[in-house]
Design a protein around this ligand. Structure first.
Ligand SMILES: *[C@@H]1O[C@H](CO)[C@@H](O)[C@H](O)[C@H]1NC(C)=O
Ligand SMILES: *[C@@H]1O[C@H](CO)[C@@H](O)[C@H](O)[C@H]1NC(C)=O
Ligand SMILES: *[C@@H]1O[C@H](CO)[C@@H](O)[C@H](O)[C@H]1NC(C)=O
Ligand SMILES: *[C@@H]1O[C@H](CO)[C@@H](O)[C@H](O)[C@H]1NC(C)=O
Ligand SMILES: *[C@@H]1O[C@H](CO)[C@@H](O)[C@H](O)[C@H]1NC(C)=O
Ligand SMILES: *[C@@H]1O[C@H](CO)[C@@H](O)[C@H](O)[C@H]1NC(C)=O
Length: 938
């Protein structure tokens, strides 16, 4: 107990040192450089909190820019300048090693130093790899221009340094620094070996020509700069949402995809290009940067294929086909054509021209261009580097101790020697910190430098005793501690090394150090006893204080069971392992495969439970983001919930066991004291019910093809429960509000709180004392017998099918409450087929297909369970309906068809809105290769 408290206290103490140097709940780090220490504010356009850079660097000086350059973006108002030292760095901590991040830095000179002379250039490094030379004149002569540079990289460690390097062409400075996590799958061209540096990211023909789209419209806060030229191109747009399908590698915000440029007639080309950064054009030279381009397309007009309408085009790079076939974007579906490997040319000229068969001009919605940088330099050994940083922090060493200790050689830390063996990370072999004003005890981190041979700490004010751990360093041959205030005696391990001749310990001129015999050992003992007398009461007091705090918190928690916001949970002392058996099955399941969250983690993930996604019998469901940026839904059990612990456990256990693409998957759970929560994959598009009603995120009416697809998907999910699980599982609460849609509008069954196992083998049918199900969906046989079977799910699914066909809810209230089953049967009996089908679909369906679905629905909702089909039958029949519908018109989605080895066609998309204003570096010349400055926003 005492140890635990201590750990907690130590942990808290350690946390105080860098309260702001951490990512926020989205995993974002947003730094306004040069802002007063401890200051922070919310950015108007993004609503993101920007913090001071004081917790991220210990060098440089803050300045405000000159009043005449004060712009609308607050981030540019101040900056940090680095007049001293060659390399100065920012350290970003608590990252996820191996994850992909977007890093963005911006620079606004604004005559901060009163010299009216921006630095000509300086270099930026990410970790030990060169990122970019920031050349202020590239952004034009105006001192009020903002230079922005951006890279996408895979971070090798949990901390990352961004360094400014003075190359003798002016004093480096920086205005802001952003870090945003990306999904692992994003931008496959970015790998551990190569990063992507942004040349351009352009939103073609934006609605508002001055707005750069970023967060929250782009959840990953990429900047999409406006790109248009009314004198050359026509513009088209839609107000409907554009979706992504398939594995979305780019998730372009739909706000970006909703607008596009087209040529004024089909015989004209869309074209754009840039020149390689390299000045000496040699196509075979691998040192020239390689470029990757990503072109985003979506059809925004409803084309009439039967009239022969066709938009089809070739994509050419330098007059050669870049993608092997003619390409036709799909209606409201985001597609991308992109380089999988960098290409190296002296100049790049893309043109997009219509094929001979095309009746419509080519289109382009957005384009991204990056060049690759190698990220293969090896930084100092992964144990040595943090130890060296800890030593630096402990003694406040300045010198040039910035960035990586050993790499590059020319910037290695003063006083350090390193060994550089090929293909291995550099190791620290010697440290000379003599006469450096060190005062406090000898850092234990020295003992982590396993390759250390020589350690000189002479002529400082070091106190305390000599740590014996130093004797464990195998290569250490010299320790010089002379000229300090050390006390105690020489530890036995070191004495042994001295005796066997493997170590030379110099300790002269330490007046309090005992180097001989018993007299000093006695003195040392006395001292240590005194220390214990003092330490014990302190310990006791601290334990008492912590227990009192704990009791206080627990009391408070019990006093206010309802509200869940802004409360800190104290870590429970004793958490029983979560395991119970479910149904008749006695094999008890442990929730070990899934991640277990603490309540505090959930608080962080959900940003203090600040956004409610929905509400169920269990409690509220909150929006959240994991450390890697994955959006999740957190279902927190409310204390007043009538859905009990048992249902919670049942759902958690079932979800741990079953995995299917049409069942909502669980990412983890929380059982922290009385708090219980389940963390699910995020289902961006809400419930099927909302979409049927037309109140969903897209507001429109779901087309028949989409309804059919969702019906098949949900049926497949249920079929898996019934036949893919052993014993079979009965969902018991199938309804349109328990079918959720993800961002790609794929349906998944959710809410397994009432799910039961069904044991065929023992024929011990399950009796339940409570009737589950929601009115309108209840199987009449189950209602009568209280005995659920898989056929009760089939009944409920039949009701969902009728909802899909009719667009009406399960229970109609007008003129009097009637079930949809009864309502449909009555109409059909009178031969009124048309009167059953949702009029809002305006005939956009094949009537035979709809009729077939109605037939399936009627069979599913047969009075007796024996007359109902199994879910497997239902899936087979729905499959036929889908095929029928697909034969009717062009395919709903082609997805992932791939071209030659360097290019892929691909489908993608995502959410959102409008914002910010940052200038844009334009080495990308649009639309010509001539010296056209291109779009700049200020
Ligand atoms: C910059 O301006 C702010 C507010 O106007 C002020 O509080 C701060 O002290 C100034 N900083 C410097 C370095 O002059
Ligand atoms: C910066 O860019 C300008 C114009 O592009 C160029 O003339 C100059 O040489 C560059 N300076 C450095 C130091 O690279
Ligand atoms: C474009 O956006 C800016 C900044 O949000 C706004 O001030 C302006 O009114 C908008 N223009 C149009 C035409 O909507
Ligand atoms: C389009 O470009 C391709 C490849 O460069 C070329 O072969 C074709 O003739 C062009 N088509 C038209 C209609 O200009
Ligand atoms: C153009 O249409 C004809 C006739 O439908 C077809 O044979 C030909 O393959 C099409 N060409 C292209 C490039 O799609
Ligand atoms: C040690 O500290 C004392 C007082 O704190 C100071 O006078 C002395 O100069 C320091 N010695 C060294 C070697 O830094």
């Amino acid at each position: 107990m005492a140890t635990r408290r201590w750990l907690l206290l130590l942990f808290l103490a350690a946390g105080v040192l860098q309260p702001l140097a951490q990512p926020d709940s989205r995993g974002f780090i947003s730094i306004d450089c040069g802002l007063a220490e401890e200051a922070s504010y919310m950015d108007d356009t993004t609503t993101l909190a920007y913090v001071s850079d004081a917790g991220f660097t210990d060098a440089g000086t803050n300045y405000n820019i000159s009043a005449e350059y004060l712009g609308f973006s607050r981030r540019g108002h101040n900056l940090r300048s680095f007049p001293d030292g060659v390399r100065n760095c920012y350290t970003l901590r608590s990252l996820v090693s191996g994850l992909k991040y977007l890093i963005r830095a911006s620079f606004l000179y604004g005559n901060y130093d009163g010299l009216n002379r921006p630095p000509a250039s300086f270099d930026l490094h990410i970790g030990v790899n060169f990122w970019k030379t920031v050349n202020m004149s590239t952004w034009g002569a105006d001192q009020g221009n903002t230079a922005t540079v951006e890279a996408i990289i895979v971070v090798p460690n949990d901390l990352l340094q961004v360094c400014l390097v003075n190359t003798g062409s002016g004093t480096p400075f920086i205005s802001s620094l952003d870090l945003r996590p990306l999904k692992r799958t994003f931008y496959p061209q970015a790998t551990a070996e190569q990063g992507l540096v942004m040349l351009a990211r352009l939103n073609a023909a934006p609605v508002n020509k001055t707005v750069t789209i970023r967060y929250p419209d782009d959840p990953h806060d990429r900047l999409w700069y406006p790109w248009f030229d009314a004198t050359i191109w026509a513009e088209i747009s839609t107000t409907e949402r554009v979706y992504g399908i398939g594995d979305d590698l780019f998730e372009v915000p739909w706000k970006v995809m909703q607008t596009a440029i087209v040529t004024r007639n089909a015989s004209k080309n869309i074209w754009f290009g840039w020149e390689s950064l390299d000045t000496e054009p040699r196509d075979d030279d691998p040192s020239r940067p390689g470029y990757v381009a990503i072109l985003h397309f979506a059809e925004l007009q409803l084309l009439n294929a039967s009239n022969g309408d066709l938009r089809q085009f070739y994509i050419n790079l330098n007059d050669e086909l870049a993608y092997p076939t003619g390409f036709t974007p799909e209606h409201l579906i985001s597609n991308a054509i992109y380089d999988t490997k960098p290409s190296r040319h002296s100049g790049y000229n893309f043109s997009i021209n219509a094929t001979a068969n095309s009746t419509l001009p080519p289109i382009l919605n957005a384009v991204e261009v990056y060049y690759v940088i190698p990220t293969t330099n090896l930084g100092t050994d992964s144990q040595d580097a943090p130890a060296a940083m800890a030593i630096k922090a402990k003694y406040g060493v300045r010198k040039n101790w910035m960035g990586d200790p050993c790499f590059p050689r020319t910037m290695a830390w003063d006083g350090l020697n390193c060994s550089y063996a090929a293909a291995n990370p550099p190791r620290i072999t010697s440290i000379n910190l003599s006469s450096s004003g060190l005062n406090s005890d000898i850092s234990s981190s020295f003992a982590h430098l396993k390759a250390l041979q020589y350690l000189d700490l002479s002529n400082n004010n070091l106190t305390g005793s000599i740590p014996d751990a130093l004797s464990q360093l195998p290569s250490l041959t010299v320790i010089d501690l002379s000229g300090n205030q050390l006390n105690g005696s020489i530890p036995s391990g070191l004495l042994k090394r001295i005796q066997d001749g493997s170590l030379d310990l110099r300790h002269g001129n330490n007046p309090n150090l005992c180097t001989d015999g018993n007299s000093c050992q006695l003195a040392a003992k006395k001292k240590s006893k005194l220390a214990i007398y003092v330490a014990v009461p302190v310990l006791v007091i601290m334990v008492i204080v912590s227990v009192a705090l704990l009791v206080f918190f627990l009391r408070r928690r019990n006093q206010q069971p309802g509200s869940m916001k802004n409360r800190r949970a104290v870590k429970p002392q004793n958490e029983e392992a979560m395991s119970t058996s479910y149904g008749g099955d006695d094999d008890s399941l442990r929730l070990v495969e899934n991640r277990r969250f603490t309540y505090e983690e959930l608080e962080r993930i959900t940003h203090g439970f600040d956004q409610v996604l929905g509400q169920g019998g269990f409690g509220y469901v909150y929006d959240g983001f994991l450390e890697d940026g994955t959006q999740v839904a957190v279902k927190l059990r409310s204390h007043s919930s009538n859905q009990g612990v048992k249902e919670f456990l049942a759902e958690a256990q079932i979800l741990t066991r079953i995995h299917h693409k049409n069942l909502v998957s669980m990412i983890g759970y929380c059982k922290d004291g009385e708090y219980m929560a389940l963390v699910y994959e995020y289902m961006a598009q809400g419930t099927l019910r909302e979409h049927i009603a037309g109140s969903g995120h897209n507001g429109g009416c779901l087309p028949w093809r989409q309804r059919l697809k969702n019906a098949l998907e949900s049926a497949q999910g249920l079929e898996y429960l019934h036949t893919g699980c052993n014993p079979p599982l009965i969902h018991r609460d199938v309804k349109a509000t328990n079918i959720l849609l993800n961002a790609r509008l794929e349906a998944k069954i959710a809410d397994f709180g009432l799910t039961k196992a069904f044991d065929y083998h023992n024929n011990t049918h399950l009796f339940t004392n409570t009737l589950a199900f929601t009115p309108g969906y209840v199987d009449p046989e189950y209602q009568a017998t209280m005995q659920p079977t898989t056929k009760s799910d089939v009944y409920s699914f039949g009701v969902v099918l009728l909802e899909l066909v009719t667009g009406k809810p399960a229970i109609l209230s007008d003129p009097e409450p009637t079930s949809i089953v009864q309502w449909a049967r009555q109409r059909l009996a009178r031969g009124n087929m048309e009167g059953v089908v949702d009029a809002r679909m305006q005939g956009g369906y094949d009537i035979n297909g709809v009729w077939k679905v109605v037939e399936i629905a009627l069979k599913c909702t047969a009075q007796g369970s024996a007359q109902r089909p199994t879910m497997a039958d239902v899936v087979a029949q729905l499959q036929e309906c889908v095929e029928l519908e697909e034969g009717r018109a062009p395919s709903f989605h082609t997805g992932g068809s791939s071209g030659d080895e360097n290019y892929n066609a691909y489908a993608s998309a995502q959410s959102t809105d409008v914002s910010s204003n940052t200038a844009f570096e334009t080495e990308l010349r649009i639309p010509t290769l001539a010296a056209d400055p291109g779009p700049t926003a200020r």
